[in-house]
Structure formats: C-alpha cells, structure tokens
Ligand binder design. Structure first.
Ligand SMILES: [Zn+2]
Length: 308
C-alpha cells in the first residue's frame, strides 16, 4: 500500500489542468506530510484535513514546492488549523517557518525525503524524493500530462533543462512521478526522457525557422505553432522568449531592436490582457506562470548569428 494520497484542488483551468495536486503522505508515527497545499479554497482545506484524519494522521509538516498562487497560499491557513511547520525553498517569498536545506533531507515521522534544488520553472522551486517508494515529487517541473511553462522573468530555460537532466541522472531508482498537475506518472524515467526530448525538439524547430529568415516573436509564434489557436499565442510567445534569451546569451542568436512601434496584433501576442484570456479568477495564476509582470515593450528581430 502506498503512503501517498493525491487530493486534487477544485481549481481547474488552462494553466492548472484538472486542478492542483496536493499530496498527503503517511510519514509514520501518526504524522502526515502535505506537499503543496494548493490555493485557499475551504472545500480543499477540508478535504486535506479529512484525508489525514480518516487515516489517523495529524498534519505535522507542509512542504511547498514553489510559491505560485495555485500551489502555496493554503500553507498558512492549513498550518493555522493544524500547527504544522511550513517549509519552503530559501529563495521563497512564501510565509514559512523553516527553509529547506537544499540537497539535504526533510525528515518527517520515519521518512527522510531528499530535497532537490530544482530551478527553471521558478528560482525558488524544490523537488522532493522519497526513496522508500521511489516517489519523485516534481511540483511544476514535470506534470502528469502536457508540458511545463518556462517563462521569464521567473523562469529560465537552461536552468530548467539542467534540472531535468539532474532528475534523470541522479534518481535512476525513481519509479513514479507525483507532479503538481495531471495524473500520477507510472514510468518516471520515460516521462523525464520525454520532457528532455521535447525541449530539444522545440529549440531545433526554432533554430530551423531562424536559419531561413530572421523573425520577431509574433512571427515565430505563427511560423512554429500555426494560426489554429490564437488564444495560446501569448503563452507560446513567452516560451519562445525563454529559448531566445538563452540562445542570445550563448551567442547563437542575435536580437536587434526594431525602431517601429508594435502593431496591435503584435502587442496582443506579447502583452495580452491575461484576464480576457482566462477570466479574472485565473488571471493571477496565469500572470505568475507566464511572467506577465515582464512588459515586452520593444520589438526585437531575432537572427542566427554568424558564429552559429
Ligand atoms: Zn508554477
């Protein structure tokens, strides 16, 4: 029998899939560890408490993978109702009691979970590994389905890719992945490989397009993703920006600022009204995930540099 129970928050959206995954783990000694308590929704807090009490457990410890508004805000109210200790990454701005020792252990009851510094989606992200079950808790580094948003300024592509490689190379015994959204992944290794490969493919695609012609991000979005789902363009634009920043820094791509003002369509792709895309309720989540605080007010044309 697994010690791990999935309690999904009732906050489905484009960014959160069917909702945020909270995990209630039987840590032994009648203690429960909650990983990612989720958003503040009474029904969800009650579900977490009920899950623990039905199993005869007291929630003693709350671990937050990262501070995004669909993962962390329930930590404070859940701690207030249980007396649990809240642990976060040392870079986190989330209200907490303790900060993780990165690459050290989180001890709860009879369990010792490895704390993995996992930058990329954000720079205050941890993954947790429970060796007894080979359980890898990945937050928003790896999801049960689809891909992860890596968007500046909160996220960065190369650190994200390094995190994936670390998970693959340093945790060969990981059996299942318990991600922040989507179903539990039964084949950890295959999923990590799929994620690593997906990023390589996307980057190769981008470089292939730029090898033909220099382009702005709005042009690249349409060239790469097509005109089918314009609602997704802003998210795609931010993903491309993450690749282009990495490639520019590495001297593979040059960015040249265009003197002209943006057209309305260009501005809608680069700086959309997030609320009009997902509605007011989900706007804070999408704004955090996609780095909406970063205003893109200069239009750049990207070209392969001659060194590449
Ligand atoms: Zn996130």
């Amino acid at each position: 029998m697994s010690r791990i129970a999935l309690v999904r928050a009732p906050n489905p959206s484009a960014m959160t899939l069917t909702g945020t995954n909270s995990y209630v783990i039987d840590a032994g000694n009648n203690e429960a560890l909650v990983i990612d308590p989720g958003p503040v929704i009474d029904r969800h807090l009650n579900a977490l408490l009920a899950n623990a009490s039905e199993r005869g457990l007291n929630i003693s410890t709350i671990a937050v993978t990262h501070g995004h508004p669909d993962h962390a805000p329930a930590a404070a109210p859940l701690a207030a109702r249980t007396g649990a200790t809240v642990w976060v990454h040392p870079n986190s701005a989330v209200q907490h009691d303790r900060t993780f020792e990165l690459e050290g252990e989180l001890r709860v009851g009879t369990l010792a979970l490895r704390v993995i510094d996992a930058p990329g989606h954000t720079f205050e992200h941890v993954a947790l590994y429970e060796p007894g079950e080979g359980a890898l808790f990945t937050g928003d580094v790896i999801l049960g389905e689809g891909t992860v948003v890596v968007a500046p300024p909160g996220g960065a592509m190369r650190p994200y890719q390094r995190t994936l490689l670390r998970l693959r190379d340093e945790f060969p015994n990981a059996a299942r992945i318990y991600g922040g959204h989507g179903p539990i992944v039964e084949d950890a290794r295959a999923k990590i490989d799929e994620y690593i490969e997906h990023r390589k493919l996307r980057e190769a695609e981008l470089l292939k397009v730029l090898a033909r012609e220099s382009m702005t991000i709005p042009q690249l979005v349409i060239a790469i993703y097509g005109t089918q789902r314009p609602i997704l363009w802003p998210a795609m634009a931010r993903q491309l920006l993450a690749y282009l920043l990495a490639l520019s820094e590495e001297g593979i791509v040059n960015a040249r600022a265009l003197e002209r003002p943006m057209t309305e369509q260009e501005n809608t792709i680069l700086n959309p009204s997030w609320e009009s895309i997902v509605g007011a309720e989900h706007a804070p989540v999408i704004a955090a995930e996609l780095g909406a605080m970063l205003k893109l007010d200069t239009l750049y044309e990207y070209a392969l540099s001659s060194r590449a």
